[in-house]
Design a protein around this ligand. Sequence first.
Ligand code: ZN
Length: 404
Amino acid sequence: MKIFYVTFFLTLNFLFSFSSQNRKVLIIGIDGTRSDAFQQANTPHLDALLASSTYSYDSWHTGITWSGPSWTTILTGVQWNKHLVTSNSFSNHDFLNYPPFPTLAKQLYPNLNCSIVAEWDPLVDNITNAGWNHAVKVPDTGNWPTADSAVVELQNPDIDLLFAYFDKVDVTGHTSTFSPSNPLYISAIQDVDSAVGRVLNALYARPTYSSENWLILVITDHGGKNFGHGGNSNEERHIWWMASGSVVAHQQINQADPGTYNCHLNNVYDSTCVNFALLKSSPTHPDIAVTALHHLIYESGINPETKPEWNLDGKSWLLNPSEVNEIAGENVSVYPNPVEGELTVRSSRFTVENKISLELFSVDGRKVFSSIPVSESMKIQTENFAKGIYLLKAGSVSKKIVIE
Ligand SMILES: [Zn+2]
């Protein structure tokens, strides 16, 4: 009976994995969140992603710090001098030449399933085109409707891309100031983090999660100063960014300000305001679309960063194949399994230099253990964990563990 159950389960997994591709992307957009305030706020759900992320608390806005042009750059992978959106009216956009990235992905993979869930109607109205299979306008009444809608999307076994957008931090900044010393602003960031936690739990609870390769991107569009934004001050331009998954390096990037394209005379942008050498190594807005796109179309061998027809401005932060394959399933041994007490995980690839993350998730998606082993053998004490099935992730390798 047990053998039948296991066989059935594996067969089910096998079928699901062929109903859509296993490379998938979740983008969490949090409007108007200053880097200093984000670092100060208590955000356990987002912080839990850091160990498996390429991330920066020192990312700099390189365009116009209004929401319209910012999110357009994030979703098209090009600066405003190409997509031509300069305000929240989204007028004059050139989505014919520079469409939101799902349209580009579908040129190669027409069956990709892409959803957007957002609290800001103009974003959905303007950014939504044929590239999105499903667009959900969520009433701007708090974070939970957005989280709930995102959870519904993540329950679709075939989903390949979800962009979930939270507005509350920006709204709070406009009504009570964008400032790390404003408790209402900090509290709004913490509330969004709780909502994001709900979304992440739904992701980890997917029945097919262990056979999927998710890249999670979290980004804000701009900071703010006093009651607004739109200018070029450090408070408005200093932002943060994270990309979490087994396909990116696990590192923090501290990067100096590369300058801005929003430095123009008579509507002609002045490129002398941008330090292009620094821009090349800085994590910036267009990188989100390019990195997400790269992950979704990875099997095609095409790097969107250098595809001439697309003419994108962003960089891909995916590791190159030799780095991703640094750890293979047969190179990780786990024993005993089932385990009662001490669990040993071994791999010759566990070294200080490799920085491979080791994580244990319960079936409901909670991360119960996380570490970066610095030597070949890692011991995990399981006495305090509830009995049941767990998912162990070592870099890009996943294994099911039973704790008794
Ligand atoms: Zn905004």
